[in-house]
Design a protein around this ligand. Structure first.
Ligand code: ADE
Ligand code: ZN
Length: 338
């Protein structure tokens, strides 16, 4: 009998909610800071890890933006991305959709193209070396104004071949999706797909706004949707994917304990929920650790884990034929290992 641990390790899956700046491990941070002649405020990897004790989203974001500040050269962006992709390959992840936050870098004087080219070179290598498929999603920082987002969108127009979608992240409370209605409309006119973080710390109204004002194809997090019966019905009707991040929710105190995590209820309601890692270097676990910790806390069955793996492909931006092939692989794995 395959143990739950080995079942999770082996099952083919996709990750759809991953901030590349959040996959920046402390050891690599030291290495890159050193070669760029920059100082970090911590003496050791252990000291950094100790600082990763957050009471809310903002608390985390302050440290996360600081960490990203040592990324300067194209090679730095390549190295962070490549380290993440290698890890994903080791976890039987066949497809990833990665967020990046260009404003975190361009506001420090780093060129947009340095960021995109560094990340994209690693994405290409993962296709060539591992056969892993990838998509890139550019997020606007919602604590900044819409003008800044519009300027960022302008910069992305030369990279339509590389950037598939736009998203919305950073400090949610007080920064509703409605603030970015014009830039999302323009992005859609330019052919980008759209997603947005909503209902992580913000209320269910923000999820409604993401659906109705930003026309999103997916909701990132979406936890607080469960407060609103009508919204649940709407998400079901639209077959709207939710990219849920269990260990992130625990570390940022969106949930007090994984045993109270809403994903169990989402699955029972038939919502298209997926498991993701969000910022694995900061939250203590990559994709398989998120599956495992949540499965233990909610006592998920192999059938439920299989559904989550299938959902990850159904909710992806792969085309229908690619999705079918991936789902066939998940089903074949289940039949051999349940
Ligand atoms: N940026 C990186 N991680 C994030 C999260 N969990 N919520 C909002 N913005 C983020
Ligand atoms: Zn996120």
């Amino acid at each position: 009998m395959t143990t739950i641990e080995n079942f999770i390790k082996g099952i083919p899956k996709a990750e759809l909610h991953l901030h590349i700046e959040g996959a920046f491990e402390p050891a690599l941070m030291f290495e890159i800071a050193k070669r760029n002649n920059l100082q970090i405020n911590y003496k050791s990897v252990e000291e950094i890890k100790k600082a990763y004790d957050f009471s809310n989203l903002q608390d985390f974001l302050d440290i996360y933006y600081e960490g990203a500040g040592v990324l300067i050269e194209e090679q730095d962006f390549y190295d962070v991305t490549w380290a993440y992709l290698e890890k994903m390959h080791s976890q039987n992840v066949l497809h990833v959709e990665i967020f990046f936050d260009p404003q975190t870098h361009t506001d420090r004087g780093i060129e947009f193209k340095t960021v995109v080219q560094g990340i994209n070179a690693a994405l290409r290598d993962s296709q060539n070396n591992f056969g892993m498929s990838t998509r890139l999603i550019m997020c606007f920082l919602r604590h900044l104004d819409e003008e800044a987002a519009l300027k960022t969108l302008e910069q992305a127009l030369d990279y339509k071949e590389i950037i598939l979608a736009v998203g919305l992240d950073s400090s949610e409370r007080g920064n509703p999706p409605s603030k970015f209605q014009r830039v999302f409309k323009k992005a859609a006119e330019e052919g980008f797909l759209t997603v947005a973080h909503a209902g992580e710390e913000g209320p269910s109204e923000y999820v409604w706004e993401a659906l109705n004002l930003l026309n999103v194809s997916r909701v990132d997090h979406g936890n607080n949707s469960l407060d609103d019966e009508k919204l649940i019905q709407e998400l079901l009707i639209r077959k709207m994917p939710l990219t849920v991040c269990p260990l992130s929710n625990l570390k940022l105190k969106v949930v007090d304990d994984l045993t109270n995590h809403p994903l169990g209820k989402m699955l029972k309601l038939g919502l298209l929920a997926t498991i993701n890692s969000d910022d694995p270097a900061y939250f203590g676990g990559y994709l398989n650790e998120n599956y495992l910790e949540l499965s233990k806390a909610l006592n998920l069955s192999k059938e439920e884990i299989t559904q989550l793996a299938k959902n990850s492909f159904i909710a992806s931006f792969l085309d229908e034929e690619e999705k079918r092939q991936m789902i066939d692989k998940v089903e074949a794995f289940y039949l051999e290992n349940h």
